[in-house]
Design a binder for this molecule. Structure first.
Ligand code: MTE
Length: 324
């Protein structure tokens, strides 16, 4: 007899619970005396932000990619408009409406540098990298530490394929990814109290887990700039702040990296950042999440519903701060 075993992410969501009050991370910055977070120069949303002229994307004609049916959703996709207009990308401002300002980012030429504990350091053009990777589409949930969530059709390739391409030494224990650094186009980077450039990392075991994904597109098209074009990473069982956008550098190391948010406030944001509804953020509950593009609030699941894939990664690490 065939017994269908339901994976965590196929479980139906139960009734919504009332919205818990929580403070967003701007309150953290205010609390730290950094209340004046309007971006210097006032470039956000300025008309000039769009005056870059069209850029040719040689990968655009490759989209859409075939969907990998192993990764299914239990909820409707987030409307594209919501996923592409409600963003976190502090390089372009600390509010959600950074999409216009992000258009100033120039995407070609774009290279990715692989270095640190690798057999041979190398710099690869983004378009060349895409040609060599096994491209596909995956539907994943996304959970921000601020307690909102999405369901997104990502295009891209498994992170494992990129790790194999980079040929790290067997002594490498972590991979660290880094965003571009260009304060001329990213006004937020002129604010020296932030630990630019934005970085974060994973253990090699996490990075080679089948769920870890390098995204180059969403909704069957190349990534919009505000979502981290041309290359970002996606780890759906972790809070979204891990998922570095607009990556230019991939470094292998044997030292545990300290990411952007951990540098900024280590009491609130740590290395592991796995989703767990039972472990509150110091300033708000993580028990439920607001579904972007709807009025719904639904219960959050352990590892964002992906425990069957990733729980094993954390065996023996119970003493670590796995859920912050
Ligand atoms: N990457 C960079 N370079 N800068 C950022 O500010 N914000 C992170 C993550 N990656 C961020 C980043 C946070 S806090 C979240 S929740 C997600 O990007 C948001 O991704 P989205 O805008 O595509 O929803």
């Amino acid at each position: 007899m065939l017994i269908k075993r339901r994976r965590g992410w196929e479980l139906p969501e139960s009734a919504a619970t009332p919205e818990a009050t929580y403070l967003n991370r701007r309150d953290l910055l205010k609390a730290a005396g950094l209340g004046a977070i309007a971006v210097a120069g006032g470039a956000i949303g300025a008309p000039g932000a769009f005056a870059q002229g069209p850029e040719v994307d040689p990968t655009a004609s490759l989209y859409p990619f075939k969907q990998n049916m192993r990764y299914r959703l239990d909820r409707p996709l987030t409307p594209e408009k919501d996923a592409t207009t409600y963003n976190n990308f502090y390089e372009f401002g600390t509010h959600k409406g950074i999409a216009p300002a992000a258009q100033a980012l120039k995407l070609r030429p774009w290279t990715v540098r692989f270095e640190g504990m690798v057999e041979t350091p190398m710099t690869v053009g983004f378009d060349e990298l895409v040609k060599q990777m096994p491209m596909e589409e995956r539907l994943y949930r996304f959970r921000c530490v601020e307690a909102w969530s999405m369901a997104v059709p990502w295009s891209g390739f498994p992170m494992k394929a990129m790790i194999e391409f980079a040929r790290p030494l067997s002594s490498a224990k972590y991979v660290v990814m880094q965003t571009f650094m260009d304060p001329k186009v990213a006004p937020g980077q002129r604010q020296s109290w932030y630990p630019w450039p934005y970085t974060d990392g994973l253990t090699i075991e996490e990075a080679t887990n089948e769920l870890a994904f390098m995204a180059t597109g969403i909704y069957g098209k190349p990534l919009p700039k505000q979502n981290g074009a041309p290359l970002r990473f996606v780890t759906p069982w972790k809070y979204g702040f891990k998922q570095v956008k607009s990556i230019v550098r991939v470094e292998f190391t044997d030292k545990r990296p300290v990411g952007y948010w951990e540098k900024l406030q280590s009491s609130e944001y740590g290395f592991w950042a796995n989703v767990n509804p039972q472990v509150s953020h110091p300033r708000w509950s993580q028990a439920t999440e607001r579904v972007l593009g709807s009025d719904e609030r639904v219960p959050t699941q352990l590892f964002n519903g992906y425990a069957d894939f990733v729980a094993g990664l954390y065996k023996g690490l119970e003493k670590e701060r796995l859920y912050a």
